[in-house]
Design a protein around this ligand. Structure first.
Ligand SMILES: O=C(O)c1cc(=O)[nH]c(=O)n1[C@@H]1O[C@H](COP(=O)(O)O)[C@@H](O)[C@H]1O
Length: 235
């Protein structure tokens, strides 16, 4: 059973996000990112959950270990089901993030899943080589970050579909491979560099897909969601 698609609620204002949700079925998995969180504060998570959805809170923490650990301790109380950090922050930072999350999760509640971003899906190999000074292939860099994240106790990583099967080989079936950069056939890539279809994601071994504009900017978002879901489930 594949995890249901996660819809990126990338809207500039709460009423737009809720207007979108009004048109959608209940019981979704949605992603609240910086755009909504920074404008509406921590309450946004409970408000979205109050509408019957589960929340991936995507704040991509990346700072010194102590700061991230303490921030995660606070975030654990916000009520999200999944949270993330940047693997580039290093293994000590990831370990402290996990410690903070465990310390902050209220008793009786499940600890949110903690995943690490490897190389953003908006990054191309040539850009990584030139701007980050990381030589070699993008695939090698992503797998390296995935192994580091696995060793630091992360539940999985964010990567593109193109690296999912290599990560399955390196870190196993159960390690989460959360893959954004999803487009329906011939969809506009926008700022993404490593895109794939829901069916490709299913074949490559993604455990989760994150889909934003292909659904949120569709003329009929509910129909676009059903198309994405069907392609992902059928594979
Ligand atoms: O962590 C993420 O969710 C993320 C990581 C990544 O490497 N690439 C990426 O696109 N995302 C997020 O996934 C969503 C993709 O949106 P669309 O390109 O509109 O489908 C955005 O909300 C991004 O913030």
């Amino acid at each position: 059973m594949k995890h249901s698609p996660i819809i990126a609620l990338d809207f500039p204002a709460l009423d737009e996000a809720f207007g979108f949700l009004d048109k959608m079925p209940s019981g979704l998995w949605v992603k609240v990112g910086m755009e909504l969180y920074l404008q509406n504060g921590p309450d946004i998570v409970e408000r979205v959950k109050g509408r019957g959805h589960q929340v991936f809170l995507d704040l991509k923490l990346h700072d010194i270990p102590n700061t991230v650990g303490r921030a995660m301790e606070g975030l654990a109380r916000v009520g999200a089901d999944m949270v993330n950090v940047h693997a580039a922050g290093g293994s000590e930072m990831m370990e402290r993030a996990l410690d903070g999350l465990e310390a902050g999760t209220p008793s009786g509640r499940k600890r949110p899943a903690l995943i690490a971003v490897t190389q953003l899906t908006s990054t191309a190999e040539e850009q990584m080589n030139r701007e980050q000074g990381i030589p070699g292939t993008l695939l090698d860099s992503v797998v390296r970050y995935a192994r580091l994240a696995d060793e630091a106790g992360m539940d999985g990583v964010v990567c593109s579909v193109h690296e999912a099967s290599a990560i399955r080989d390196a870190c196993g079936e159960d390690f989460l491979k959360v893959t954004p950069g999803i487009r329906l056939e011939d969809g506009d890539a926008h700022d993404q560099k490593r895109i794939s279809t829901p069916a490709d994601a299913a074949h490559a071994g993604s455990t989760h897909i994150v889909v934003g504009r292909a659904i949120t900017q569709a003329a009929d978002p509910a129909a676009a969601y059903e198309t994405v879901k069907r392609q992902w489930e059928v594979g």
